[in-house]
Write a protein that binds this ligand. Structure first.
Ligand code: GDP
Length: 471
């Protein structure tokens, strides 16, 4: 690891730090480590020396450069995670700002954070990346957000300037229904209101940043949700066929009857294999665990299939809606084909329509729906060639996150919505079991006489998403 050697007693809180370039993210990280005494011995002296050599004031952001240099020399194993500890618990800062893959990792879910710190410069106020990052946090469902108004020393620790920038930020967030958990005036360079209070800002009686972070909670593994076990690999081991993967949500037990999607086949779990094998039989495994299972029948299963319980299965659909954040230089266009990936599910999808394009700068809805430019947010409808097991994000935040790939590069991503789209699992079944003949006291003849015409059924057919409901 980049800083002190550490083994975590409890799951650390995972924090992501976002904000406009030069607003002080790296400086804040340096200061967080220093103020919580999480720096390796000699690091501060090394930093002071560097600053002296370059004839500049103490520059905490150099700390990240120094970690980066260690990484480049492969001194450290972990490339992007920096930790610090308060008296209460441990924290991991994921994806150091400026890291090339930072937005991509956030979007792909490779670095799911529990909480975020949004840094805003007190002099500059809300800027383009402040808006964009804030919107992204909201889109990805992050609800624990501390906004810090940084560089208060540059505005003379002025309460009115603080209030103006705090209001500007809060107003922008409200524009899309987001509320900051807390807003704090700080000076990252001087360590004001990070771990220590500041006599220069005696007018502020709220929590310090550390106190605010300590009130946030680590996201619990979603065991209480319906079971989702996406298959990662199927392999043979001493006569056994083992289906391996990580349980995303819920609990899986030996003896459970599992329904596999999209094949719609069922089988019973005959064993749970876990590594390392300690000789004890495993009868239950929980969300977050990587396991292998064996089944009582040789049904066809492959990577990308999703196992669930029979009564609470994912929806099956070849069309779904997505709220996406677009990253690629090449705009997303109607008719374009991309690879979609969620959990272990992978499929080619075509953009059927673009419903809305939102400019994160002013939250305006753009009239032109033919394409989505880089850094824009949009609501799009995607169609696959086959049925996919999909869970909307509101039901399952693990399965409902998806990313779009252009060749091998992540081009955009966001969350899945199934609003307005039916589960197509039934259509897969041979006959309908919900149409019955019922007797009424008013028979069809009498009803026709009364209405002056016979009754009839108008059946609108067509692929889902074709516009039947609208018609
Ligand atoms: P980043 O791009 O968001 O990571 O920004 P940096 O942390 O690199 O900071 C950009 C510049 O702002 C650096 O020169 C910092 O020293 C300076 N800076 C950051 N925080 C403060 C602060 O609280 N007060 C003052 N005066 N300067 C700061």
């Amino acid at each position: 690891m980049a800083n002190k050697e550490k083994s975590f007693k409890h799951a650390p809180l995972r924090v992501v730090i976002v904000g406009h370039v030069d607003h002080g993210k790296s400086t804040l990280i340096g200061r967080l480590l220093y103020d919580t005494d999480s720096l390796p011995d000699g690091k501060v002296e090394e930093l002071e020396q560097i600053c002296k050599n370059r004839n500049v004031e103490m520059e905490w952001s150099f700390l990240l450069d120094s970690f980066q240099a260690e990484r480049d020399q492969a001194v450290t194993i972990d490339s992007t995670q920096i930790w610090f500890s308060t008296e209460l618990r441990d924290y991991v800062i994921i994806d150091a700002p400026g890291h090339r893959e930072f937005l991509k990792n956030m979007i792909s879910g490779a670095s799911a954070a529990d909480a975020a710190i949004l840094v805003v410069d007190a002099e500059e106020g809300v800027k383009e990346q402040t808006r964009r990052h804030a919107y992204l946090l909201h889109l990805l469902g992050l609800r624990q957000v501390a906004v810090v108004i940084n560089k208060m020393d540059r505005v003379g620790h002025d309460i009115e300037r603080y209030q103006a920038v705090a209001d500007e930020t809060a107003k922008y967030l409200q524009g899309f229904g987001m509320t900051a958990t807390t807003i704090i005036p700080i000076s990252a360079r001087h360590g004001d209101m990070i771990a220590n209070r500041s006599d220069k800002m005696g007018w502020f009686d709220g929590k310090t940043l550390i106190e605010a972070l300590d009130t946030f909670s680590v996201s619990a593994a979603p065991v209480a949700r319906p079971l989702r076990f996406p298959i990662q690999d199927v392999y043979r081991f001493e006569e056994k066929r083992i289906l391996a993967g990580r349980i995303e949500t819920g609990i899986l037990r030996k003896g459970d009857t599992l329904l596999f999607s999209p094949t719609n086949e069922t089988a019973v779990v005959t064993s749970i294999e876990s590594w390392p094998d300690n000789g004890q039989e495993v009868i239950e495994a929980h969300a977050g665990e990587s396991i292998g299972i064996t089944l009582d029948s040789p049904i066809f299963v492959e990577r990308g299939h999703v196992a669930s319980k029979q009564d609470k299965a994912p929806m099956l659909s070849n069309v779904f809606r997505a709220n996406i954040f677009w990253l690629s230089k090449k705009p997303l266009k109607v008719g374009n084909t991309y690879k979609v990936r969620f959990a272990t599910v992978e499929a080619m999808v075509t953009v059927q329509s673009i419903e809305r394009v939102i400019n994160t700068d002013d939250l305006a809805h753009k009239g032109d729906h033919s394409e989505v430019q880089r850094n824009a947010v949009a609501e799009v409808t995607l169609r696959a060639r086959t049925l996919l097991p999909v869970d909307p994000y509101i039901d399952n935040f693990k399965m409902g996150r998806m990313a779009l790939y252009e060749d091998y590069d992540i081009a955009g991503g966001g969350i899945i919505s199934m609003e307005g789209y039916p589960d197509q699992r039934r259509a897969e079944e041979p006959k309908s079991d919900n149409i019955y003949k019922v007797s009424y006291m008013v028979d069809p003849e009498v009803r026709a006489q009364k209405n002056g015409h016979y009754g009839s059924i108008v059946w609108l057919t067509g692929l889902s998403g074709a516009g039947k409901s609208t018609l």
